[in-house]
Write a protein that binds this ligand. Structure first.
Ligand code: SF4
Ligand code: SF4
Length: 298
């Protein structure tokens, strides 16, 4: 590896830290070779050699006290971290390009134009890239668990043709103890343990539950009960995915039956940019334990 690429690699890390980014890792593409079609780095940048992954932690107090009001989590746990990540990715992509290597920064959260709306899936998995880049492991609930901040991070990736040397993958104690609090906390039966999935990143294999994307999306919009949105039209109680038509009919029902609340939520969302409701599967995961002085005193 020539010295200039290592100098650029160091500059990327220093810049990320100076921009307030908590976690940064780099992976080569061999660790992500098992990704499905449309999720390969080269699907976006054919000359790609590496992926830089940034992670930012959001305040634990807003998560632990989500039941007081979901607004803090929606804004400081979703909207602002995604903007901070976008800003940092923009700066770092320009830095790497100034060193002579093209970059394709992915948008932090799925944007309607780029995501697969029939499956409610984004264009690239930041979570899998983060595991490959050494930031942590995939938990039973499919989310990244980091040793420093557990699930409570947002992520973003920059695909680049710079041939950076990869960081080592996480190799510490198991981060998910399969306590299943996340499964029990889901208000929509969206995480199905009867259909386990497995994926391999580098030389590690992770097993996690199936997520029913439309059921979850319904709750992320705050339509279902106990998601923070107060529209409270339950999902069907049966197991399994919702389906696009069923989703749409319930969405229209919510619009007609709870018109005032629906309008209020839409305006509120536009006022502070788009953000998620629910997130209960993330909130209840308490890894790592005893990070705060108050918890250590108990
Ligand atoms: S709550 Fe966290 S530690 Fe427990 S099973 Fe879910 S992801 Fe694993
Ligand atoms: S965000 Fe809410 S609805 Fe979606 S899987 Fe997590 S707990 Fe369930």
């Amino acid at each position: 590896m020539d010295a200039s690429i290592d100098t650029l690699r160091d500059a990327v890390k220093v810049t990320a830290k100076s921009l307030g980014i908590d976690l940064i890792g780099i992976t080569d593409l061999t660790r992500l070779a098992g990704a499905p079609k449309r999720f390969h780095a080269t699907d976006y940048l054919p000359t790609a050699k590496s992926v830089i992954v940034l992670g930012t932690h959001f305040p634990d107090g807003i998560v632990d006290n989500w039941d007081k009001t979901p607004s803090g989590y929606q804004y400081y746990g979703y909207s602002i971290p995604n903007k901070e990540l976008g800003h940092a990715c923009y700066k770092i992509a320009k830095l790497v390009e100034s060193g002579g290597y093209r970059c394709f920064p992915i948008v932090p959260t799925g944007h309607s134009k780029d995501m697969d709306s029939t499956k409610q899936m984004g264009e690239f998995s930041h979570r899998h890239a983060a595991v490959a880049a050494g930031l942590g492991e995939l938990g039973y609930n499919r989310l990244l668990i980091t040793p420093q901040f557990g699930n409570r991070v947002r992520l973003c990736s920059i695909i680049t043709e710079a041939p950076f040397s990869p960081d080592p993958m996480y190799d510490g104690p198991l981060l998910c103890d399969k306590c299943k609090k996340c499964i029990r906390a889901c208000p929509g039966k969206c995480l199905d343990e009867s259909k386990m999935l497995s994926c391999t990143v580098g030389d590690k294999t992770y097993n996690y539950v199936t997520l029913y994307h439309f059921r979850c999306f319904y709750n992320l919009l705050g339509i279902g009960p106990n998601t923070g949105g107060h529209i409270n039209i339950p999902l069907p109680n049966k197991n399994g995915e919702l389906g696009q038509l069923a989703f749409l009919s319930r969405y229209i029902k919510a619009y007609l039956l709870r018109f005032r609340m629906f309008q209020y939520m839409s305006r509120q969302q536009n006022a502070v940019d788009w953000y998620d409701y629910c997130g209960r599967c993330l909130h209840v995961c308490d890894r790592p334990v005893n990070r705060f002085k108050k918890d250590q005193e108990r």
